[in-house]
Design a protein around this ligand. Sequence first.
Ligand SMILES: [Zn+2]
Ligand SMILES: [Zn+2]
Ligand SMILES: [Zn+2]
Length: 279
Amino acid sequence: MKITYLGTAAAEGFPAVFCNCSHCLAARRALAYERRTRSQALIDDALLVDFPPDSYLHALAFGVDLSAVATLLVTHSHTDHFYAQEFVNRGYKFASGIKRPVLDIYGNAEVRSVFEEGTRRELRAEVAAGLRFHTIAPYASFCAEGYEIVALPAAHTPKEQALLYAVSRGGKTLLYMNDTGLPKEEFYVFLAERGIRADLVSLDCTQADGPKSSSGRHMGFVENELVRDTLHRYAIVRENTKYVVTHFSHNSAPFRDRLASEAKARGFVAAYDGLTVEV
Ligand SMILES: [Zn+2]
Ligand SMILES: [Zn+2]
Ligand SMILES: [Zn+2]
């Protein structure tokens, strides 16, 4: 299983859209090397996780044929994870030669309502016919493109039940965990009872080692280490499981080399835009 990190920033991007803090000024000077766009991941060129406003930029930068993707897993409705307006361009005069005519979108009820709001004005009937929305809740499991997928509860916002995903195929499992603070015990109990063993754990590291203490909605290195310990305690991971940290805020000074060594010291890999990890 191959996971490509197309975007690795928190909501505001890095440098942040409207920000002139010292981190963002330095990142702007460094141009592409320090650039982080909004979070999105591609699994084996077959499954997309999240659809931020930067999806178009990701397709250009990394040569992704978005028309060839037939399954989109959405974690939650925040704008950095779901930019519904873009889907009006998936057909009609705006797109021909679409490789996979139907895109299945999986998300919670709030994501569905954002999808309906965001496409209400411009979605043509013939384009709508190629978009199939599936409303899911924690512990829903389904198959898509030969993968077994389980939705899990994130601890992110009281306004909606954000989802994490366990994605398995060919004996390999990815546990995709953002956006979230520390998950509740039931998350671990469910995975253990289901016998899931993760080969790659992708962790929300919004705060990294930054000065702000954790909000409970996101994590930093301290919480990431707690999650790893708990996954071990429940035997949800293996000895050689890889841990990738991502979704960095500009406040955490997410400079690529700095984060790479901070993460490495803790046994993690710090994601950057374009990183590919294979398990
Ligand atoms: Zn986010
Ligand atoms: Zn900034
Ligand atoms: Zn969020």
